[in-house]
Design a protein around this ligand. Structure first.
Ligand code: NAD
Ligand code: ZN
Length: 360
């Protein structure tokens, strides 16, 4: 057995208001006054002085607002890297991503592509990155994806949606300030929170499970039950706990893998552009056959928070679109193997997937 030797986020701050320490934390990493810090900030915060007024811009530092309406693309990463190189005489001192999974993944990918030749699509896969990324910092403003702690940055490329999984992907520094999540809209809070819940279910019910993953997965699962089913938590407690659930959920899948909801949600996302959180919810809602207890709890949570998921997404799809969706889902072999074991191909056929998609 050859065990994997995983890198982790090397530094993390946790606490309400800890965002105010950003300057103290990153300033020692400034290479020189011409080497800027580049902030990639979710454009939902444009005009939000409470947040952006605390970003410690100095010298040639730059704040770039980026929309999270669409999930990150390899071409978007390449464009960002090109514009950073063209607009600055020196390589940046660091990249700081402020936002949800979309912005965190963009920050990781840009940090990698500033030191590695070629295009982002060349690095989609496992361990293809040759050179260490530049210093990069993640500041999540919505909780659930675990992108703040993971070893991947998920990108949609010309022919696949796949992460850049590498030892250089994890952040050098993460700032966990639960207060930053205070204005997340309720539906989005649920969808992204459920991403975390689904990470736990898929990890805990997977064949790759081991004590490392289980210990993190169980903790995150317990926190999710507390947040989404127990009505007694204060808003602050719920924010704090969801931020830690996201972290633990991410740690749980680091040493195992996600499963069926993620594989199928990638298909939805590739063909229809359905976003990760809501896509996982739409799929997971129909997976009681594979995850009976997890899906029952999910339905309870959905009911408690009055969440109505879109229906009939795949009803009017062309055969070619359904085919592509199925091909994308099936290409994620480790996810299926984790969910169903080495003989998963005998259980999951193209017809089976078609009948599942047609329910969604
Ligand atoms: P997101 O980043 O797209 O954000 C969701 C929505 O919430 C956006 O409209 C955003 O503007 C808004 N938002 C974020 N913070 C807010 C705040 N504080 N106040 C108000 N609105 C706010 O969504 P997400 O669910 O966090 O991330 C999804 C992305 O993460 C996908 O691209 C997915 O592929 C990726 N992902 C990555 C990993 C990983 O390990 N790298 C894991 C899971 C998902
Ligand atoms: Zn996920």
């Amino acid at each position: 057995m050859n065990y994997r030797n995983y890198p982790m986020v090397s530094r993390v701050v946790f606490g309400r208001g800890s965002f105010d320490q950003l300057s103290d934390i990153i300033e020692p990493q400034r290479l020189n006054t011409k080497a800027p810090f580049i902030y990639l900030v979710d454009d939902v915060f444009k005009g939000n002085v409470w947040l952006t007024g605390r970003v410690p811009l100095a010298y040639n530092d730059k704040m770039l607002y980026i929309s999270a309406q669409e999930e990150p693309k390899t071409s978007q990463v390449d464009d960002l890297v090109e514009s950073i190189i063209l607009n600055h005489s020196e390589r940046p001192s660091g990249i700081i991503g402020i936002g949800g999974g979309t912005l965190l993944d963009l920050a990781k990918a840009v940090a990698i592509m500033l030191t590695n030749p070629g295009e982002a699509k060349d690095y989609q896969g496992w361990d293809l990155v040759k050179n260490p990324a530049i210093y990069h910092v993640g500041v999540p403003t919505i909780s659930g994806t675990g992108a703040e702690v993971s070893r991947t940055t998920v990108l949609t490329g010309p022919d696949k949606k796949l992460g850049i999984n590498s030892d250089y992907t994890p952040f050098d520094q993460v700032i966990l300030d639960p207060e930053l999540t205070k204005d997340v809209p309720k539906d989005q809070w649920f969808y992204t929170g459920m991403d975390c819940f689904i990470h736990c279910v898929e990890s805990l019910n997977g064949t790759y499970l081991n004590a490392f993953s289980q210990s993190y997965g169980e903790k995150a699962f317990e926190l999710c039950e507390d947040i989404f089913l127990n009505g007694d938590l204060s808003i602050e407690d719920a924010q704090d706990k969801l931020m830690m659930a996201s972290w633990h959920g991410g740690m749980s899948i680091a040493y195992s893998q996600v499963g069926i909801a993620h594989a199928m949600s990638y298909g939805l996302s590739y063909v229809l552009g359905t976003k990760h959180g809501i896509g996982n919810c739409i799929v997971f809602d129909h997976l009681e056959e594979f995850y009976p207890e997890g899906v029952a709890l999910f339905k309870k949570m959905k009911k408690k928070h009055h969440i109505k998921l879109p229906q009939g997404l795949c009803l009017n799809l062309e055969d070619s679109e359904l085919d592509l969706m199925i091909t994308i889902a099936l290409s994620l072999e480790p996810l299926w193997e984790n969910a169903l074991g080495k003989r998963w191909k005998t259980i999951i056929t193209r017809e089976k997937l078609k009948s599942l998609y047609q329910k969604m």
